[in-house]
Design a protein. Structure first.
Length: 333
């Protein structure tokens, strides 16, 4: 197995940002494909079954050393952009892009297995029962009639947000694997890091954003199962290097001063937002504690060749959510 640890270097993107990246060699790609083959041999297996998850976790220890090193480094220090790009993952022949609402992957495929192997090496791959039935690998695809929807089924610009910002146990990481981009190759993953935005904020705005003067509501996908939102701060932890919890579609300020601080935060994030055009085999892992993400607009054609991403969520500490996971499984109720 060929490994070059120095390939884990900053990537110069078209927006001028430096982001951590690792690109698999063709030999390493074949190594990953052999691992995915072990996970996809049984076409009737279920991704969400504990046995399949356990096997994927064990096999992830055999990923190429360069990839394991990158994941470990990113977990400890995600860098100023709080994004890791993994390029050249195996996909294999792809079926048509699904277009049904709530699309998920129940049975293992090469892309789903590659995504799972990579992300389970960081922590516990998890899901939320009200969202897409708690499937661990979810499809992000445009759905006919939902073009204007602010969610993964839409194709309009998706506002910047921390994933499930309303939830006490929101994911620590969100991973997005590109199977195919849109026809015009213009749909982009947008990210914005609080580490980049924080120096642009006034001291007064930082103080206000650190107080429980904001309410973030659950998305429609969670239905009526979520209690009424309580006021929360947007900036958490060390004020020199805080976490951020905000959804610019669902977070509301509770007073005029809080509204002004939220506007200032939005302006700061706008100045440091990056756009990444993901292509087949590209995986973006976003640190959901430090960075928001969104999407540029695109035009779907619903011809089986539309943009198709697969998504997983990752938690670092399963003990924190044990009371919400029946049978010590991977799905939060």
């Amino acid at each position: 197995m060929t490994t070059q640890l120095d390939r884990f270097t900053p990537l110069h993107t078209d927006t001028g940002a430096d982001v951590l990246t690792v690109t698999l060699t063709d030999e390493e790609k074949r190594d990953v494909r052999r691992l995915t083959g072990a996970l996809t041999a049984d076409k009737h297996a279920l991704i969400d079954s504990p046995d399949w998850v356990d096997r994927a976790r064990a096999l992830s220890c055999r990923l190429p050393l360069s990839l394991r090193s990158a994941l470990r480094r990113f977990r400890r220090e995600p860098g100023p952009e709080a994004v890791l790009l993994v390029r050249n993952l195996p996909l294999g022949p792809l079926p048509p892009t699904p277009s049904n609402p709530g699309s998920v992957e129940h049975h293992p495929s090469t892309p789903a297995a590659a995504l799972f192997l990579t992300t389970v090496h960081i922590g516990d791959v998890t899901a939320f029962r009200p969202e897409k039935g708690g499937a661990l690998v979810q499809n992000v695809v445009p759905v006919p009639g939902q073009e204007d929807f602010q969610g993964n089924a839409g194709s309009v610009a998706l506002k910047m947000h921390v994933e499930n910002a309303f939830h006490q146990h929101r994911p620590d990481y969100v991973a997005l694997l590109c199977l195919r981009n849109d026809h015009d190759d213009i749909a982009g993953l947008r990210t914005s890091s609080i580490r980049r935005a924080l120096p642009l904020l006034s001291g007064h705005a930082r103080a206000v954003l650190s107080q429980p003067r904001f309410v973030t509501n659950a998305p429609p996908s969670f239905g009526n199962s979520v209690p009424a939102a309580e006021p929360q701060p947007i900036l958490l932890g060390d004020l020199e290097d805080p976490d951020v919890v905000v959804d610019f579609h669902a977070t509301d300020p509770l007073d005029v001063e809080a509204a002004a601080a939220l506007d200032e935060l939005g302006h700061a994030f706008d100045q440091v937002t990056r756009t990444f055009i993901l292509r087949s085999g590209d995986l973006a892992i976003v640190d959901n504690r430090l960075a928001m993400h969104g999407r540029t607009a695109f035009r779907p054609r619903y011809d089986g060749q539309d943009r198709w991403l697969q998504r997983t969520f990752v938690h670092l500490d399963p003990r924190r959510t044990r009371s919400l996971r029946a049978g010590d499984g991977n799905v939060l109720s």
